[in-house]
Ligand binder design. Structure first.
Ligand SMILES: [Zn+2]
Length: 296
């Protein structure tokens, strides 16, 4: 499918006391839906996490920096994993793609109910010896509130996060997007008050997207009175960089004993990439070669 319409904006307001990000992510969430054949509630869950991760990805500075968000819950969805780089590429997968649930009390897709209680882990590989890992308890399991809590509890950055995914009747993605607004150290009380007042007036992200809001317009609604300045537009896309080599390493990691058993069964095996469902076939000879390599 054609991708290329999704993008993010990076912005500041109040003379740098606020930094902000917003994304339009319909195409990439639809791509995820197609790859994983997700039910509506899981399309929303994964789509919100992908949209949040894409914005958190571009907060990182290094070309090769990688962010991983992992959710584990006690609900039917069990969990999701999403990774993003610092250049607008994002990918992810749900553990259980076909969870079905009745709408929640507000008549919306019940993402919180599908995930249940659990943990949000944030891993950042920014070229240090050990990756940074932050973990917080899920607050509502609706994703946006959980990221808000993560920023406050783990990074000590007061933030407002909004994420939304709206489905068409045929269960394709109609709208997807969101924003992250963060107060920088020393932001004044009047900035906080102005932001809180604007947020209290605001419609849901999906309503704003449905009205035709662009990422910049989303931010203008909240920061228009604070001298919003858009610094950069960055394309966003669902991109999987898997390769036969990378999948080979995953196959080899099962260990010599299991590898030998597979090779001796003389049947080819097919391995699907978790992120994009691309299929890789390994003939018995390939498995023998992996076995030799792993013992070298
Ligand atoms: Zn892949």
């Amino acid at each position: 499918m054609e991708q290329g319409k999704d993008y993010m904006v990076r912005a500041t307001a109040a003379g740098g006391q606020v930094r902000a990000f917003a994304i339009s992510s319909r195409e990439l969430v639809e791509q995820a839906r197609i790859y994983h054949n997700t039910s509506p509630v899981m399309t929303a869950a994964l789509g919100r996490l992908l949209s949040g991760a894409a914005m958190m990805g571009i907060m990182m500075k290094g070309e090769k920096d990688l962010l991983t968000l992992q959710i584990k819950g006690d609900g039917e969805a069990k969990g999701m994993t999403v990774t993003a780089d610092s250049r607008g590429n994002v990918k992810g997968y749900p553990q259980v793609p076909d969870v079905m649930r009745p709408p929640n009390a507000k008549g919306k897709l019940d993402v919180g109910g599908a995930i249940g209680s659990g943990i949000l882990s944030v891993m950042k590989d920014i070229g240090l010896k050990e990756p940074y890992v932050g973990q917080v308890a899920l607050q509502t399991s609706e994703i946006a509130e959980d990221l808000t809590y993560y920023f406050a509890a783990s990074e000590q950055v007061p933030s407002a996060v909004g994420l939304g995914v709206l489905m068409n009747r045929d269960n394709t993605v109609r709208q997807a997007g969101g924003f992250i607004i963060q107060l920088m150290p020393g932001a004044g009380e009047e900035i906080v008050a102005s932001l809180e007042a604007a947020m209290a007036q605001m419609a849901s992200v999906t309503d704003m997207l449905e009205q035709g809001d662009t990422p910049k317009m989303l931010l203008e609604r909240m920061l228009g009175g604070l001298g919003l300045e858009v610094l950069e537009e960055i394309p966003a896309r669902y991109r999987c960089d898997c390769s036969r080599e990378r999948v080979s390493r995953a196959v080899a990691s099962i260990g010599a004993k299991d590898l030998r058993e597979l090779a001796e069964s003389r049947e080819p095996i097919e391995v699907a990439c978790q992120f994009c469902d691309r299929r890789y076939v390994f003939a018995p000879e390939d498995l023998e070669e992996l076995l030799e390599r792993s013992q070298a």
